[in-house]
Design a protein around this ligand. Structure first.
Ligand SMILES: [Zn+2]
Length: 660
């Protein structure tokens, strides 16, 4: 992003008569050199966002415009997983509908499994497999030839170079139709493929011999949106995903006795599950209690799954609507707990599949049920019929529509928190379809915020928002590792803490500060409005900023630029308290560059308290100190930000007492 250039422009505006030359990029240093503090600048809208507002696909208030559209696809996929050979084979028919006003001269498709292919550019180390091997690609029934070309999501000029051909480079495939795809048209893309499932010590998918988790395993249409046209960036490991909406009909063939958890609803329980398992699932759908659907002793063919007898495999058919991806986990070792969660007027089934030696997982279904209900209350009702948590390869937690994969060793609170975090992703980015690669802080920051809210309610004694429990922010905030959140996820230092810090813990505490500034009612009204407006659509940060400003009825550019565009830190301190007969004056010093209002509570000798809130106007004028007048009386104690909303990196100077 070009935020440093904007900073210089803003200083020119603010410091009017002061001769300005290019400031050093290090804002903290420039403050010392010039004794002028950096002033937050206006959020400038990129040209494509301005054009979208002009076109009516977005609006300046942050709501989608009347002309908003999304392209969609219907996937019919038949997948066969052979655990013995560790091979996945698939055949897909994708019906892609062009709802855009544009004529498409090519289609871009993600083959993300190629991140495991030798020679692909990555920012994470992997155990190399062959990646995805394409056995056939056909468009509208015509088999296409492979062309040797680089794939890019840059706008293509001129005619398609090779009609009726496809090209694969890195993790992307371009398909060049014989004739352009007109607005309103639907095309049929058939792909057959296979790949070796990566082993353990990979990320976000793979297998450990006992459990298999298939993510990024099929050819997926890239997003074509109103801002970029095709937005198909390569998958390099760190940066996550930007995915369009679709309907999925997926059949998964695995050995008998293997349980499958997946995106969507099982369509053929009679074909794969015994009657007693189905009866226990029916019970789970009606109860708050945890039902043991398959115990350790009930695993296997004839007891958990039906006995395939004459054939060694079973085919599980799933259907899912309005989802942006499809994933599944499977193992013969899993036990199965289920319950259901209240989601508005409905109940959603909640499944947990895990190996019995993972003893903490006996509470997993309970954690998942709490998460679905808590988030349904806080945001919008969970819109899907089920939520599945599967235990598997050691990777931490990873989210997919209606399903999450969680591996590794946790204590009970750690397992609760990661479960809540991944289920929170069902709202963002699964329903509110943000671009995680370009703006990782949107889905991770909002999800981290939600996670602290969930912890706060599930563990009331914990005080999740106490800075002591927000350690990762306070480890890096204001240090040389501090980094702006508004940065592409693949453009942070590889292996450094900056990406995770700037995408997770920093936006978490900044959103908590915003809540303190706006108050709970306005903050949550704005948050809910954002989720309602952008459910099943693709918002940018500007749509979030504009929606909050629309609901709060105030300009917050100073907040957005300080919180998300810069690496500035906050340190408010009490510099002086002077008392006279007509009142007391507290002098608050702003010792760093992140601007926040002063939130002050004074305690008097009779035990009464007075609260004062001073906006950022004083700081915006360039001052480093602000005087806060208090009514007459004997002030015994003054505290800044006593409710700990603000990300103050040094709280040792926040309290003054008369005894000092
Ligand atoms: Zn996350």
């Amino acid at each position: 992003m070009n935020d440093r250039c904007i900073l210089v422009a803003a200083l020119l505006l603010v410091l009017l008569a002061v001769p300005v030359q290019a400031q050093p990029a290090d804002a903290e240093r420039s403050a010392t050199m010039t004794e002028r503090r950096p002033i937050p600048y206006p959020v400038t809208l990129p040209a494509n966002v301005q054009q979208a507002i002009a076109n009516g696909t977005r609006t300046a208030s942050g709501a989608p415009g009347p002309n908003y559209w999304t392209n969609t696809a219907h996937y019919d996929i038949e997948a066969t997983l052979n655990p013995a050979s560790e091979m996945l084979r698939g055949e897909a028919t994708i019906r892609y509908h062009n709802a855009s006003p544009d004529t498409l001269r090519r289609l871009l498709v993600h083959l993300r499994q190629n991140v495991y292919r030798d020679g692909v550019v990555r920012n994470r180390s992997v155990a190399v497999t062959g990646g995805m091997i394409l056995d056939r690609v056909a468009l509208n029934g015509t088999t296409l030839d492979a062309a040797n070309m680089q794939v890019s999501d840059e706008p293509m000029r001129g005619d398609p170079p090779v009609p009726n051909a496809y090209a694969v480079s890195d993790t992307r495939m371009a398909v060049y139709p014989g004739a352009p795809v007109a607005p309103g048209d639907t095309v049929r893309l058939d792909v057959a493929w296979h790949f070796e499932v990566p082993g353990p010590n990979n990320f976000r998918m793979g297998q450990d011999g006992e459990t298999f988790y298939l993510g990024y395993w099929y050819p997926q249409m890239a997003v074509y949106d109103d801002l970029h046209g095709w937005r198909a960036q390569p998958y390099q490991g760190d940066g996550e995903f930007y995915m369009p909406w679709g309907t999925y009909d997926v059949s998964i063939t695995v050995p008998e006795g293997w349980l499958v958890g997946a995106t969507g609803t099982l369509q053929n329980p009679d074909d794969v599950l015994t009657e007693s398992v189905q009866a226990r699932l029916d019970r789970a759908a009606q109860t708050d209690s945890i039902v043991t659907v398959v115990s350790e002793q009930q695993r296997g063919a004839g007891s958990a799954t039906v006995d395939a007898s004459d054939r060694p495999t079973l085919t599980w058919r799933f259907h899912a609507e309005d989802v942006r991806d499809f994933a599944f986990g499977t193992s013969a070792q899993y036990v199965w707990d289920a319950t259901s969660a209240e989601t508005g007027d409905e109940r959603a089934l909640v499944h947990s599949l895990y190996r019995p030696e993972k003893t903490l997982w006996t509470r997993s279904a309970e954690y998942a049920q709490f998460s679905v209900e808590h988030l349904s209350d806080m945001l919008i009702a969970y819109p899907y019929p089920q939520m599945t948590v599967v235990e598997g390869i050691s990777i931490g937690g990873m989210e997919y529509p209606m399903i999450t994969l969680i591996g590794g060793d946790y204590d009970a609170q750690g397992l609760f928190s990661v479960t809540y975090h991944e289920i929170s992703h069902m709202w963002i980015p699964m329903v509110v379809g943000t671009d995680e690669k370009t703006y990782a802080w949107m889905d991770e920051g909002l999800t981290e915020f939600n996670e602290s809210e969930g912890e706060d309610d599930f563990y009331p004694e914990m005080d999740a928002w106490d800075p002591a429990n927000q350690g990762s922010y306070y480890r890096y905030g204001g240090t040389p590792n501090d980094a702006p959140s508004m940065r592409h996820a693949d453009r942070y230092p590889v292996h450094g803490p900056e990406r995770v810090y700037a995408s997770y813990s920093k936006p978490r505490v900044m959103l908590h500060a915003l809540r303190g500034i706006l108050g709970d009612d306005t903050f949550f009204a704005a948050y809910r409005t954002f989720v309602e407006r952008w459910a099943f659509k693709h918002p940018t940060p500007y749509d979030l900023f504009h929606t909050v400003e629309d609901v709060a009825e105030r300009d917050l550019d100073w907040f957005w630029t300080g919180a998300f565009y810069e690496a500035w830190a906050l340190d408010h301190s009490i510099q002086d308290v002077t008392s006279a007969s007509d009142g007391t004056t507290v002098t608050v010093a702003d010792r760093r560059n992140l601007m926040m209002p002063v939130l002050l509570t004074a305690t008097y000798a009779d035990g009464s308290t007075v609260q004062r809130r001073v906006g950022v106007g004083t700081w915006m004028e360039g001052a480093r100190t602000a005087e806060v007048p208090l009514p007459a009386g004997t002030v015994t104690r003054v505290e800044l930000d006593p409710e700990q909303f603000l990300p103050d990196v040094d709280r040792s100077n926040n309290v003054w007492t008369a005894d000092e």
